[in-house]
Design a protein around this ligand. Structure first.
Ligand SMILES: Cc1cc2nc3c(=O)[nH]c(=O)nc-3n(C[C@H](O)[C@H](O)[C@H](O)COP(=O)(O)OP(=O)(O)OC[C@H]3O[C@@H](n4cnc5c(N)ncnc54)[C@H](O)[C@@H]3O)c2cc1C
Length: 430
């Protein structure tokens, strides 16, 4: 007989959600995280979109250490000299569910403690080394040479899933599966943040940015989210570009973003309190690995489950949802005492029926748009040329919009047929 019904490796949103669900259903669960406390090595932008936690922690948003509720959403196109921003602030956001800004060190501890109080055994500061196998089936995990046994192992190790890869449970990560995220947290008084973004203390702003000022060929997007008394901001950089060009450094791109006049003014007089880097899962549907096998399931970032379309980065909600679905599958497997690959394939079916896989499937190829030249380079530059020339008054006769657009396209070396094709591709994929 196994020591545990389920061992969950990793107490991020995916692992802790799985453990909360399992423990709430009286399963004997071990939740292990290499960090002490859990969350202290984790990074998100981070806005937790959606309301999936409600299924396992009713009224979670009243108890969890969330920072602000997102009532204002922006997309900015930055060039060397300009910033063209499209912002929506709506009272309608108060009627539906958008997202909450969170700081992971606090938020992940909250979730891990919820798992513990539901009955899971939480072990922090311990790194799982490998999966333990017997007759081709996973029977537990290995840590410092000891095997701890379980009927099912849920791997929730995040974007760099060493245990899953080293044990052959998932294929290695390819360059196109991930990007590099750099993040700063800048402290500012609450009143200053409210004034700069036009917010009250509970309202929050989330902005995404196309960085058109970067050198040609370097593709990265920026983000900036308000917390109660700090601002989280950073860049997500295409891994392929970093590899291809040994003169491009991620920290330089981050500096260029924070030094941009329209970003620098938002964090002016702030105190840098955190600087970190982490992989961001980006591959989409085509990069999904196999997410289950004999005795194990893979959830969250480790299973390639995240979504980014240039307007938002989402991973925590997919992590939570997939953790809950894997937990449900483990509970069903326990009832039938069948932990085989066939039994756990129910997890894949549940994923496919849920928004987790449907979003990835419906937005297949979105990464070509988010990393495409149109969004990153051409649009910021075209918009700048058209809008600046529309408002500059130099004593010469005014020009029609069509004329301004034609001139901007010529100066940016863009053909209308290419713009139409790329624009159509972008709208269809988004
Ligand atoms: C810069 C950046 C910005 C982002 N912005 C957003 C955002 O705004 N909104 C959003 O929803 N998502 C965002 N994401 C994505 C989001 O952070 C992830 O999708 C999410 O954290 C995935 O959760 P997870 O539980 O699968 O993995 P993680 O949160 O990475 O948790 C994995 C856990 O496993 C532990 N672990 C790893 N290996 C072992 C081991 N061998 N033994 C024991 N423990 C182990 C780690 O310590 C960690 O606690 C962002 C990511 C980055 C990097």
């Amino acid at each position: 007989m196994s020591e545990f019904d389920v061992i969950v490796v990793g107490a991020g949103p995916a692992g802790s959600s799985a453990a909360i669900k399992l423990a709430s259903e009286k399963m004997n669960v071990l939740l292990v995280d290499r960090a002490d406390p859990p969350g202290s090595k984790n990074i998100s932008g981070g806005v937790l979109w959606g309301n999936d936690l409600e299924k396992i922690v009713p009224n979670w948003n009243k108890m969890a250490p969330v920072e602000r509720y997102i009532t204002s959403k922006g997309v900015g196109f930055l060039t060397k000299d300009s910033s063209i921003d499209v912002n929506i602030k709506s009272r309608k956001f108060l009627q539906g569910v958008t997202g909450y800004s969170v700081l992971r060190v606090k938020f992940d501890q909250f979730l891990a403690k919820r798992a513990e109080s539901a009955g899971a055994m939480l072990v922090s500061g311990v790194t799982v080394e490998n999966l333990a196998f017997k007759d081709g089936k996973v029977i537990g995990v290995v840590q410092e040479g000891d095997t701890i046994t379980a009927d099912t192992v849920i791997l929730a190790e995040g974007a760099n899933p060493r245990v899953a890869i080293d044990s052959g449970a998932r294929r290695p990560i390819a360059d196109q599966d991930v990007a590099i995220g750099i993040k700063e947290v800048v402290k500012l008084p609450e009143a200053t943040i409210n004034e700069r973004f036009g917010l009250t203390s509970k309202e929050g702003f989330a902005g995404e940015y196309a960085l058109g000022f970067l050198e040609d060929g370097v593709e990265a997007g920026g983000f900036l989210y308000t917390n109660r008394e700090s601002i989280s901001l950073g860049v997500v950089i295409n891994m392929g570009h970093l590899r291809a060009d040994d003169k491009t450094y991620s920290f330089d791109i981050m500096d260029q973003f924070t030094d941009h006049p329209s970003i620098a003014s938002l964090i002016e007089n702030g105190k840098l309190s955190e600087y970190s880097a982490h992989l961001v899962v980006e591959g989409g549907y085509n990069s999904f690995p196999k997410q289950y096998g004999n005795g194990y399931m893979i959830v969250g970032d480790a299973a390639g489950l995240s979504f980014s379309n240039g307007l938002m980065i989402q991973g925590m909600n997919y992590a939570i949802a997939s953790g809950i679905l894997a937990a449900e599958t483990a509970i069903e497997a326990k009832k039938s005492s069948d932990f085989s690959e066939k039994s756990l394939s129910r997890y894949k079916e549940k994923l496919m029926e849920s928004f987790v896989a449907k979003d990835a499937y419906n937005f297949k190829g979105i990464e070509e748009v988010t990393w495409g030249k149109l969004a990153h380079k051409i649009m910021p530059s075209l918009m700048e040329d058209v809008l600046v020339n529309m408002f500059l008054t130099d004593g010469t006769p005014k020009k029609h919009l069509t004329e301004l657009i034609r001139k901007a396209m010529k100066e940016n070396n863009v053909k209308s047929s290419d713009l139409l094709m790329e624009g159509y591709k972008m709208i269809r994929r988004m």
